[in-house]
Design a protein. Structure first.
Length: 277
């Protein structure tokens, strides 16, 4: 049995199939971890999410910002253009099942045996593992509740931009959701920046990658996606797997149940002409 972590697929199902052939994935023995952003912008979001959903317990997924956006579009909280790459999902006969399945995915997955923690974007510097898990479960409870549409109605926005223990409900939940699904950079006090999306090193001097700021989680082994301009990055404690398949770069998987981790990649075709939601 092998465990593979896969970077942001974003509807690039053909490339996902090729990658699974490359690693010789066995659904009946292996497990796939997906770092989120299963859908949007790529041409096969519906095929992608149907396939991953069909894997059952053979797949572990965390929510990315594009996955949350799909749920919000279905709920009517966000709008979706007629030519959007999400339209086939929203118009599919099984859309309710798909949305219910997505709403029940976590924001954080931790495996003590493998000693890996998976999130889509990052962790705030004030959080240790216990607090990160607690915060994730708090927002997951809202997404899984009957009142999830009301929750999503207050979930969008860039403020507050930092974690404070005294934050109340919607403000607190918005910070948590933004950290897990949108974080790339923050300052030394943990204030998040959502404007810069370029490569690491070209941002303003007061901003740092979330993983370069002194943080309570620096002992954890963390794998994540979200930041295609960062690309593949591997250290003894970090594994960044969004290698920009959507933009014509690569789709990457890492076998994480062995040491050292083994990396697999396939080349992708640019899909910039696909309309996003």
């Amino acid at each position: 049995m092998a465990t593979y972590a896969v970077g942001d697929v974003q509807g690039c199902f053909s490339e996902l199939e090729q990658l699974l052939q490359l690693i010789d994935f066995n659904q009946h023995g292996d497990q796939l971890w997906f770092v989120g952003d299963l859908v949007n912008r790529g041409p096969e979001s519906l095929e992608t999410i149907r396939f991953i959903k069909s894997l059952g317990d053979s797949a572990r997924c965390v929510l990315g910002n594009h996955d949350v956006h799909l749920v919000a579009c279905h709920a009517g909280v966000q709008s979706c253009k007629p030519g959007s790459s999400l339209r086939p999902v929203l118009d599919s006969p099984d859309v309710v099942d798909i949305i219910d399945w997505l709403r029940n995915r976590p924001l954080l997955h931790h495996d003590a045996d493998l000693n890996w923690t998976m999130v889509h974007a990052g962790l705030l510097p004030q959080w240790d593992l216990a607090e990160a898990v607690s915060c994730a479960r708090e927002v997951e409870k809202q997404l899984q509740s009957d009142d999830y549409i009301e929750f999503l109605g207050h979930a969008y926005g860039n403020t507050p931009d930092r974690w404070q223990a005294g934050l109340k409900q919607q403000d607190r939940w918005r910070v948590i959701l933004n950290a897990f699904t949108r974080l790339r950079l923050c300052n030394l006090e943990g204030a998040m920046d959502f404007k810069y999306k370029g490569p690491l090193g070209a941002q303003s001097s007061d901003l740092h990658a979330w993983f370069d700021v002194p943080r309570k989680s620096d002992h954890l082994r963390i794998l994540f996606g979200h930041w295609s301009a960062l690309g593949f990055m591997q250290t003894d404690k970090l594994l960044a797997l969004d290698t920009g398949c959507l933009w014509g770069n690569q789709l990457t998987a890492a076998r994480i149940d062995i040491d050292p981790v083994k990396i697999y990649s396939i080349e992708c075709t640019a899909k910039k002409d696909i309309t996003s939601c």
